[in-house]
Design a protein around this ligand. Sequence first.
Ligand code: GLN
Length: 287
Amino acid sequence: MFPKKTQNCQLEIGQLIERATLLLATNSSSPRLDAEVLMAELVHCPRSTVMAFPERTLSQSIGDAFQTLVELRAKGVSIAHLTGHKEFYSLDLKVSSDTLVPRPETEMLVDRVLSQTVPLQAASILDLGTGCGAIALAVKQQRPNCRVVALDLSLEALRIAAENGCQLGLEIEWLCSRWLTSLGNCSFDFIVSNPPYVEREGVHLLSQELSYEPRLALDGGTDGLDSIREIIASIPNVMATGGMVFLEHGHQQALAVSKLLQEAGFSGVKTENDLAGYNRVTLGNWL
Ligand code: GLN
C-alpha cells in the first residue's frame, strides 16, 4: 500500500531518493533510476507512483530498509539481486545469488531460435547452463509446441529456474548435469548456451560488478573458453541432422569459437553482433 501523506515525519520519499541518488552517483551510471526502482520495490508501487508523490512519507522501518538497500547498491550489488527479479524477453524472472542476472544481449539467443522456427513448430531445444531459466522459458513461451530441455550444474540455480517455470506456467524439462554428461540418448534441433566465458585472471571477473554473481556461471578458465570447448566437443553427439547451435561468448572470442565449431564439423559458421556492436553470438549448422 502506498504510504499516505502525514504531518511531522522526516522521511519524505522525494528527500530519501535525492539523498540516495547522491550516495549512488559515484558507483552507478543511473543513480536516480536505481534509487527510484529500489523505493518502488519497497513500497510495492510502480516507479511512476513513487515519482509522482515525492511528498509522501515513510515509516522509520521502511526508511531503514531503503537505506540498507541503497548501501548494498553502493557496494555494487545489482538492482536485480536486490529486488530478486529481472525482466528478460518481457518475462519477469526470479533471480538469486545462485544465478547470473540475465543480460539484454542474451535475448539475441532467443531471437535467433525464434527466427529459425515458426510459432506452432514442434522442434526440440536444449539450453545448456540455464541459470534462472531465462533462455529456455523465453523460447518456450514463444514456441509452446517445442520440447525444451534445460540443464545446469547448479541445483540451486535449477530450483530458481523451476520456480520461474511454475510461476509462468511453462513446462520445461529441467536437468541437473555438467553439460551433456547426464543427458541420455537424444537429439535436438537447436542447442543454445550462454556458458561461463569470462577469463579467470582477467580484470572483468575481478570487477565489483561481477563479484555478487556466481563464479560458476562466469568463470571460463584461463582463456575463458574451457566450457565452450567442452560444449562444442560433446554436442555433435546430440545434434539432429539439419540442427543449429547458437553460443554466446565474449567479444574477443568470436574467432576462437568459430574455429572450434568448424573443427567439430559445423558448417555455415558465422558470428553476429549485439546491439552495442560487439561480437556476441556464433552459430553453426549441423548437416
Ligand atoms: N556477459 C557476462 C559478463 O560479461 C558474462 C556471462 C557469461 O560468462 N556467460 O558480465
